[in-house]
Design a protein around this ligand. Structure first.
Ligand SMILES: CC(C)(COP(=O)(O)OP(=O)(O)OC[C@H]1O[C@@H](n2cnc3c(N)ncnc32)[C@H](O)[C@@H]1OP(=O)(O)O)[C@@H](O)C(=O)NCCC(=O)NCCS
Length: 302
């Protein structure tokens, strides 16, 4: 499978473009200025067009999967590709669509949330009524997804909030922590995560950590995993520093941050380096109290 940018003769994909936007002169409004990508997997399966809307917003103007290949993950792959390709230049990925059960659930599955509405967009801009799933489209619903922060640290790439359930399970399996969590359980856990960090080496996911909790209540650091072959290289410290930096940047203070070590007392010295104290009553739960927003970030390689 490969995703390629198309710079010439974009109209050769008109039949796909029309699946997402059925009036050709509306497509003409953005096709030339837009950047087009095509996903090929033993034949062209999907396309998308994105435009720079200013203020750090990148907009998906058109996305379509060939009808026979829908529901196989190609649409999501294109959105993930765009998110990862542009996250160092844009802060938000946006899409506008009709209020249709054929599209909104797809974007929500891909991490977008409803943001704003442009009233009567379809009835004003299109020369004929547009129906989807038997319902006339009237307003344009805009959905947005914040793009990950991407940092290059030596040969490692670090991403904020892009860890997927599938990547989580892959890392979980790499350290053999027992029975694998189900995909459904993991997706739910990801939704209830305040902040996720993942680390990549040459496109391979090699480490992750996440923070859960609510503003003002306790916070928990969970699922800190570095692939065995990448341990003892400072990546664990990178993860904890990134979580503490998030806490610092968000002005979280006067609260407790816990890390539960389950049956791994050998990890206590690692967390002690970051100012965590072991709780004697429950030796395997360590606590880091944030007394003021400026945490001294330190730490040596794991
Ligand atoms: C919308 C569209 C691009 C989705 O592409 P796709 O390749 O079929 O989507 P994927 O297979 O990648 O779906 C990703 C996830 O969204 C879910 N999803 C997709 N369409 C859905 C729908 N209508 N209702 C509920 N969930 C949906 C999938 O089940 C999948 O969930 P999973 O990760 O839990 O398995 C495709 O249906 C399409 O081309 N439609 C016609 C053109 C169009 O309307 N474009 C959008 C214009 S705004």
């Amino acid at each position: 499978m490969c995703i390629t940018q198309i710079t010439q003769n974009k109209k050769q994909y008109l039949s796909l473009l029309l699946l997402a936007d059925e009036q050709e002169d509306m497509i003409d409004r953005y096709l030339e200025k837009g950047t087009m990508f095509v996903l090929d997997d033993d034949g062209v399966k999907a396309e998308c067009v994105v435009t720079d809307e200013g203020n750090g917003v990148l907009e998906i103007k058109n996305i379509a999967t060939d009808p026979e290949s829908q529901g196989k993950g190609y649409g999501k792959k294109l959105l993930d590709f765009v998110a990862q390709t542009y996250c160092d230049r844009f802060s938000v990925l946006q899409v506008g669509t009709g209020d249709s059960p054929l599209t909104i659930p797809f974007y929500e599955k891909c991490g977008f949330k409803r943001h704003h509405i442009v009233k009567d967009f379809f009835t004003t801009n299109y020369d004929h009524p547009i129906f989807e799933a038997g319902v006339q489209l009237v307003d344009m619903i805009y959905l947005q997804k914040p793009l990950a922060v991407k940092k290059q640290i030596g040969e490692f790439t670090l991403l904020h909030n892009e860890l997927s359930a599938e990547q989580f399970i892959e890392l979980w399996q790499s350290v053999g922590w027992g029975e694998d969590p189900s995909l459904e359980q993991t997706r739910l856990a990801m939704e209830h995560t305040l902040f996720r960090v993942s680390v990549f080496h040459k496109d391979k996911i090699i480490a992750m950590a996440r923070l859960i909790g609510d503003m003002g209540l306790d916070y928990y650091i969970k699922d800190v995993i570095v692939r065995p072959e990448y341990q003892k290289k400072g990546i664990g410290s990178l993860l904890i520093n990134e979580l503490l930096q998030f806490i610092n940047d968000n002005g979280i203070s006067g609260t407790d941050i816990f890390v539960e070590l389950c049956a791994m007392p050998d990890k206590i010295p690692f967390y002690q380096k970051f100012g965590f104290d072991s709780n004697e009553a429950q030796r395997l739960k360590m606590m880091h109290t944030v007394k003021n927003p400026s945490i001294a970030l330190s730490g040596e390689p794991q």
